[in-house]
Design a protein around this ligand. Structure first.
Ligand code: MG
Length: 338
């Protein structure tokens, strides 16, 4: 028997302790222990931060060779068999698996001005520490992005993070960066956000820089008559810390409308990116959203916009462009055919 090894596993935003492991145990025994806690079969598990000289350790490798510190938390990506069975069903018999419920359209009741929430936001402005990854640039607007199901399908299984990345993610961020400073705000923990952004190559990309990350601790809970207490992402936390960002120049993308309950006019609900393996080939949402950001980049006050109509705006721009090209005879679809 080797020395006892206390490890934990993080999966789907939940943490589990792993018992009865020793240094002499192998990677496959670790996977079995994870299976007992999570129900994810060993062959479905992808252990993100378990590395030996930069490589994924073989199943028969001893845990002692990985020099894990006590209390180390393995980050695991993997799906349950029943989730996979669901994902393989045809779309029409697919039940909508939503752990994060959403509110109905138009239910963003006027919470913005309630004193009790303003006090909570003030507390975040004072107490929440932001680690800057780059500096605000003069004259830029602000784009705030959610991660799960917005940029990344966090539920499907995959060998690499890239397989779960929403298509055109880097193109989208590079394009948005020209006019906007970019903040990532996820309802998970900072460690997990950093891990994911590294995995997707966002933190090291040459074409853009992220301003900072915000995690669940920057969120506040609010009470809604219909749903009780819910967690939301109040943009007031950012506006309070950085005077150059205001309701007039900030836009937030999230697949859950509830998250911008405090700032309904600054939110754009993006379609959720799920089932990466089947939808990777066809999902062009980020390309279209990049166009929208481009179109509104010159609008002085976002308060004059209704982001619900973003798709219409993109369509109209495309049509105008086509007409210009036709008139100028500069080519493009349909040019010269009339
Ligand atoms: Mg999300």
């Amino acid at each position: 028997m080797g020395a006892e090894l206390k490890l934990g596993v993080k999966w789907n935003g939940k943490e589990f302790e792993l018992d009865n492991l020793s240094e002499n145990d192998t990677v496959i025994m670790l996977k079995d222990a994870i299976y007992k806690q999570t129900g994810v079969r060993p062959e479905r598990q992808k252990l993100l931060n378990l590395k030996l000289k930069g490589k994924i350790p073989e199943d028969d490798m001893q845990l002692s060779s990985l020099s894990l510190r006590p209390g180390f938390k393995v980050m695991m990506m993997g799906s349950l068999e029943e989730d996979i069975a669901d994902a393989n069903k045809r779309p029409e018999d697919l039940p909508e698996i939503i752990d994060d419920f959403d509110i109905e359209d138009g239910e963003e009741v006027a919470l913005e001005c309630k004193d009790v929430y303003l006090a909570k936001i003030d507390k975040r402005i004072r107490d929440y520490n932001i680690k800057m990854l780059s500096q605000p640039r003069p004259g830029k607007k602000l784009l705030v992005l959610d991660i799960d199901y917005t940029l990344f399908d966090h539920r499907s299984t995959a060998q690499t993070g890239a397989e779960l990345m929403r298509p055109y993610l880097h193109e989208f961020l590079a394009s948005a960066y020209k006019d906007y400073d970019i903040v990532i705000w996820s309802a998970t923990s900072m460690k997990w956000i950093e891990e994911k952004m590294k995995l997707l190559g966002v933190s090291s990309h040459q074409g853009y820089r992220i301003l900072f990350y915000l995690d669940c601790l920057a969120m506040i809970s609010v009470h809604t008559p219909k749903y009780g207490v819910v967690q939301v992402k109040p943009l007031g936390v950012i506006w309070g810390k950085f005077s150059q960002y205001t309701p007039a120049n900030t836009i937030m993308f999230d697949d859950i409308r509830r998250n911008f309950l405090m700032n309904p006019n600054n939110g754009l609900r993006i379609s959720a990116f799920r089932h990466a393996h089947t939808n990777r080939a066809t999902d062009r949402e980020l390309l279209r959203l990049a166009k929208y950001l481009k179109v509104i980049a010159n609008v002085d006050d976002f308060g004059t916009l209704n982001h619900r109509h973003w798709e219409q705006v993109v369509k109209e721009r495309k049509e105008r462009k086509r007409q210009h090209q036709q008139r100028d005879g500069t080519g493009g679809d349909g040019a010269g055919t009339t």
